[in-house]
Design a protein around this ligand. Structure first.
Ligand code: CP
Length: 361
């Protein structure tokens, strides 16, 4: 189903259509607002066209405004709904962020981690999915080491599935929170130059960001050693470079990627020191970006390898803000998927969020 992101129409005296005998000619109509197509599941950043991605980001902004200055940071919007955090792989930020987001929307939250569950006794993903289904999960937030696991899960459960990072494939809510952070500092991303640096080969964050940021009009440059670029990267909507210094000059933002040593079975670069020298972000390199430019990192960071502590904690770094924005953006995603708006049954977001704000305890 699609939902037009239109404000409720109000009758304006004298604005009705011309009737027979009327001398008035029809006034030119403004172009129709692009349709928002909220998917049933959020599995990939490619599930979001520009209008829908902007709708998610503007919803997050409205939620942030509705929550600002409130003593009780909770909206009743998802009362009675159940969100399951299904994490088969370690996580700090994403798991806690989804838990806080769901609780701030008053949903019931169940945290499931593979460690300590029947998965360690050999239970399959399908049997786990059926168990969640039987327990009435309205949404399943899934992280898995296998690319495609959330997609597979979506075929087995009736609830909405959100990909919280699958293998080296995608991490769409990370890209949304990154885009939200970028827009807070840079405004529109149209024509903005964003440099993404590091282990692109193993990075689901890079893949989702390239898709989403290019959808939002940004010009993305990927910088990595050739050994850490995936086959087919030239087909991605991004420029590829091996020269970090020249890519950084005048950039609006630089996003450093974690070197994922746990996914590396061979030698992808000579030494860590060599990697840092060629692809690490230190203060000299940070000063190459535009004066208004910002530094991002999805975390967890290898301090001293892909980024120095001075840069991670210094001027222009928005790494901590990314984490805070993650809660707001995930509230928007849960809200849009679960509130019924994607089925066309909810009122406009502006109404719903202000209703929710009015209903605060
Ligand atoms: N950015 C990110 O996905 O971090 P976690 O692995 O801690 O969730």
């Amino acid at each position: 189903m699609t939902v037009a992101m239109q404000p409720r129409e109000r009758a304006v005296p004298g604005s009705g259509p011309a009737t027979a005998g009327s001398a008035r000619t029809a006034a030119p109509q403004p172009p129709a607002a692009p349709e928002v197509r909220m998917p049933r599941h959020l599995l990939s950043a490619a599930d979001l066209d520009r209008a829908t991605a902007e709708h998610v980001l503007s919803t997050a902004q409205r939620i942030e405004q509705a929550m600002a200055g409130r003593e009780v940071r909770k909206l009743p919007t998802l009362r009675g709904r159940t969100v399951v955090n299904l994490f088969f792989e370690d996580s700090t930020r994403t798991r806690i962020s989804f838990e806080v987001a769901a609780k701030r929307l008053s949903a019931d939250v169940i945290n499931f981690s593979a460690k300590g569950s029947s998965v360690s006794k050999g239970e399959s993903l399908k049997d786990t999915a059926w168990t969640l289904q039987a327990m009435g999960a309205d949404a399943v937030v899934c992280r898995h080491s296998s690319s495609g696991a959330p997609q597979q899960l979506s075929a087995w459960v009736d609830g909405h599935v959100i990909n919280a990072g699958d293998g080296t494939h995608e991490h769409p809510t990370q890209a949304l929170l990154d885009a939200y952070t970028l827009r807070r500092h840079l405004g529109s991303l149209d024509g903005r130059r964003i440099v993404v640096v590091g282990d692109v080969l193993h990075s689901r964050v890079a893949r989702s960001n390239v898709l989403l940021l290019s959808t939002l009009g940004a010009e993305v440059t990927l910088v990595a050693p050739p050994t850490l670029l995936p086959v087919g990267v030239t087909n991605w909507p991004a420029v590829v470079s091996y020269d970090l210094d020249s890519a950084l000059v005048g950039a609006d933002a630089v996003m450093m990627l974690r070197v994922q040593r746990e996914r590396m079975s061979g030698a992808f670069f000579p030494t860590e020191r060599e990697y840092s020298r060629s692809y690490g972000l230190d203060s000299r390199r940070r000063d190459l970006i535009a004066g208004h430019g910002i530094v991002l990192h999805p975390g967890p960071m290898n301090r001293g390898m892909e980024i120095t502590p001075q840069v991670a904690d210094g001027a222009g770094s928005v790494i901590v803000e990314q984490v805070a924005n993650g809660v707001t953006v995930r509230m928007a995603v849960l809200y849009l998927l679960l509130s019924g708006e994607s089925d066309g049954t909810a009122s406009t977001v502006a109404d719903a969020v202000s209703d929710a704000a009015g209903g605060l305890a």
